[in-house]
Unconditional design. Structure first.
Length: 503
């Protein structure tokens, strides 16, 4: 590819930039005096704008296009008048030309001759002073803004950021003078550097997002988000706890929304219901653009190329996300010996709890399947018999009484299994939910069978109804049995905890 003709250069001309331009186009504007060695230029791949004189790649290319200088031929000796052809000097007497030679007398300069007009020195001094004063005022203003940009006052900095942004846009070389993120006292120095870096550049080249944790109160975490995306861009901050690392919780997820003000936003404090601190442990933090944006912001974001971050998104994040970053942080304090001791004790209690639950689940499966088979066998004997004998009735009575006793005990336990309880207090809560479903199906089947025996109805119609009820209860039991088998086969986590594979 001929890189000379490739349009890739941007040049500041006056108060705006033009481009992309090819090298010949830049050369043409330079020849016209529109571009000077002090003019700022940039192309993709450069970290920042630089003066033309500081970019050898472009200056050498422009020099190659300059025409070769025309050689000036020395005047030949033949063209110059010879000494013999020169007129003889006039005879001089007393320093004046001779009247006899017919010479015209040259008048002596007199003191009355008018001197050449000189510039007004005072006006020049005033102009120089005015220019110097304006320059000093401009430098003083820049110095004040530069100092102000390093303030820790977030409200003041929010008012300064639009001004700083305009200055940097018109004069990119001033970028190093200003801080586009305030000196946040509750953010670690390295995180502050990351926040500042995310404010550089334009989003059409690369959309940038950075997130930093406030260390003001470990038990009440909140986050700062900086970006080079549009003013008032709305972001979601999602916390997902790493299960093996959380104290006293098997899992934890929480999401808050923030809106950036000229590139910087602060989230709400992350707390559990009731204002309690979130579980101490390790978290994956995801920051991504919210689905709800102001129309102007949404229009601007849709014009930009998406940037999906460094890590796969969890299933809970909507597919419409265009910009996202992720970060892993330890929240709730220090990862100290006290934390590790408490975590180990919590894990031991979970292992013990999981083993008890697994044993109970296996017992539920065996009991329900046994009762299902027993009830169905004895009911079919009564249902198929041409004449229902006393022996058949007694056998059914024993079977139904056994189920009534078992179902009564099970029903008392199931009544306490609310969705919240199953999620928060059971390790295998989803498997227990399947026990609940299977039990309800068997209860419906048993009631229909009892009603038929007490008050026999038309057999053909009941047989269709009973077949459907029997199929439902068997399917529910099969799902429960499959889940328990998955639990038995599931591998352990790195910390030795049982997993919930398939649940």
């Amino acid at each position: 590819m001929n890189t000379e003709n490739e349009k890739r250069w941007f040049v500041y001309i006056g108060d705006h930039h033009e481009g992309p331009l090819s090298v010949p186009e830049v050369f043409d504007k330079k020849q016209k005096g529109l571009i000077l060695p002090e003019s700022y230029v940039w192309r993709e791949g450069m970290a920042d704008w630089l003066m033309l004189s500081q970019v050898p790649e472009l200056t050498q290319a422009l020099e190659a296009l300059a025409p070769a200088p025309v050689a000036v031929n020395a005047v030949s000796e033949s063209a110059a008048p010879s000494q013999s052809d020169a007129p003889a000097p006039e005879a001089v007497t007393s320093g004046k030309p001779s009247e006899e030679a017919g010479s015209v007398a040259i008048p002596e300069p007199t003191s009355s001759a008018a001197p050449a007009k000189k510039p007004n020195a005072m006006a020049k001094k005033l102009a120089i002073g005015l220019i110097s004063g304006v320059g000093l005022l401009a430098l003083l203003s820049l110095g004040i803004l530069a100092a102000g940009s390093r303030t820790s006052d977030t409200a003041l900095h929010a008012r300064l950021r639009p001004i700083l942004h305009k200055i940097i846009t018109k004069a990119p070389f001033t970028r190093g003078l200003f801080k586009l993120v305030p000196a946040l006292s509750d953010v670690k120095p390295q995180d502050l550097v990351e926040l500042e870096a995310a404010r550089s550049g334009t989003p059409d080249v690369e959309a940038k997002i950075a997130v930093a944790l406030s260390v003001a109160d470990p038990n009440r975490p909140l986050f700062y988000v900086s970006t080079n995306l549009s003013h008032r861009t709305r972001f979601e901050v999602l916390l997902i706890g790493v299960p093996d690392t959380l104290l006293n919780r098997l899992q934890f997820t929480l999401q808050n929304t923030l809106v950036t003000t000229h590139g910087l936003g602060k989230s709400e404090t992350f707390l559990m219901d009731g204002g309690q601190p979130i579980p101490k442990g390790e978290y994956e933090i995801y920051v991504f653009d919210s689905a709800e944006q102001e129309e102007e912001v949404k229009t601007e974001l849709n014009l930009l190329p998406p940037n999906k971050g460094q890590a796969p998104l969890p299933a809970s994040v909507p597919g419409s996300v265009r910009f996202v970053i992720s970060k892993k942080l330890f929240l709730g304090g220090e990862r100290d010996e006290t934390y590790l001791t408490r975590l180990k004790a919590f894990h031991e209690s979970i292992k013990e709890k999981a083993e008890k639950e697994l044993a109970e689940l296996r017992q539920f499966v065996d009991t329900l399947i046994l009762q299902q088979n027993s009830m169905n066998t004895d009911f079919q004997k009564v249902f198929r018999a041409k004449k229902v004998t006393a022996g058949l009735k007694n056998q059914w009575k024993k079977t139904s009484s056994a189920w009534t006793q078992i179902s009564g005990q099970l029903d008392q336990a199931i009544q306490t299994w609310s969705p919240e309880t199953l999620q928060n207090e059971f390790f295998y809560g989803k498997a227990y939910a399947l026990v609940k479903t299977a039990f309800a199906s068997m209860q419906t089947q048993f009631k229909a069978e009892m009603d038929f025996i007490d008050k026999p109805s038309e057999k053909a119609a009941f047989e269709i109804q009973h077949g459907k009820l029997l199929s439902d209860s068997r399917d529910a039991l099969e799902q429960l049995k499959t889940k328990v088998e998955l639990i038995l086969k599931a591998p352990k986590t790195p910390s030795g905890l049982p997993t919930k594979e398939g649940l």
